[in-house]
Ligand binder design. Sequence first.
Ligand code: SF4
Length: 474
Amino acid sequence: MNLYRPEEECGIFGIFNHPEAANLTYLGLYALQHRGQEACGIVSSDGSRLRAHRSMGLVADVFGNPEIFKALPGKAAIGHVRYSTTGDSVQKNVQPIMVDYARGSIAVAHNGNLVNAQLVKAELEARGSIFQTTMDTEIIVHLLALSRAASLEDRISEALGQLKGAFSLLFLTETRMVAARDPQGFRPLCLGKLGESYVVASESCALDLIEAEYVREVEPGEVVVIDRNGINSYFPLEKVAPAPCIFEFVYFARPDSHIFGKNVYLVRKEMGRQLAREHKIDADIVIPVPDSGVPAAIGYAEESGIPFELGLIRNHYIGRTFIEPQQSIRHFGVKIKLNPVKEVFAGKRVVVVDDSIVRGTTSRKIVKMVRNAGAKEVHVRISSPPTSFPCYYGIDTPTRKELISSSHTIDEINKYITADSLGYLSEEGLMKAVGGNDKSFCKACFTGGYPIDFPMLDPNSQLGLFEEEIREHD
Ligand code: SF4
């Protein structure tokens, strides 16, 4: 049985030199909750000892008792929100990971997925390492502990040099906080300041919440060391072409965040404008699939001159863990999350804007819902190209076989979702909207052009399966 599964999308936050470090980390994680809802944790340092509180659940539930913060003293803290759809969503896999080793204690919070995890783990086990979790993040801790380098900087450089894949990382020792980003810069990571304190977060929306000032991104391949002497930065890893994840713009990041040098809301709106230029249609109203389709729908409406309406209302109180009550009433399906405003749809030709189609089942239900609400025509517009390939760098996508675009043409998908027409934003249109060129982003889930090779692995492992899928594509 393969114990290594991909780590799914996560969020990280850290603050150094603030008397309310754990409290502010809690707020930061709150702002990053959209990046992971299954588990969370905070590790704090009082200068001589690390302490942790971690558990399964939402940030507000795990840290709901103010007494918890008394047990997290100190002026430095890092935190993590985790999202995993796999069986490995268990207490032992909650981050930050914290360990004691020969040189003291260290905690690590990781966003991303290492593609050579299994290979490195096998090597480490052959040298006697014993793993306690199924997270690839634990590999980093073992590499650090085994390093003979004299300084923390060198130990981190040595460890990171052995990793392949996506990592935005935060380390906390008794006296230092270290942020690091992989050379491709797959996942976002930014640096902020709050008075004399330094803050690091996956997205700038976490800085906004605690009223920290946005300073800059942690650059791809950069390691930033923060201690009582201030901030130091170095680039220990081999320089490669950056490949930040375009899907962060399409769907994952919060629209109020500033990532990869741009505001997410404005980029999404531009995707909608571009979509309207590429796929015009005569219609009466434009409606978004909330929430992530909203900015693109506004852009589509502005560009096309078709009025924008909020025709689908989302129930915001459905958690990821929602379990439908019993088999016999399962048919409520999508209606539990979305409900149409019938008065908006009656007799109208409707453009429905969404950010992506994964399996096609949700789009099909939405089209049916809009028709049942009285729409005369339903035209679906998607603000990204067809998602045909899975992600191996930390975003939870289904396998290739489950992605409808991998095996169906746009016409076939249109028939399946029962829309009157279907239009996807082109790759060129997407690049125009993000202001990038063909090579400035990872867009492998649209193109299959993966920026990092996959090492040869045991064919029975999950990563071996990835390879098979990639070869299939080649
Ligand atoms: S494969 Fe897609 S989701 Fe994954 S990092 Fe690349 S662009 Fe992002």
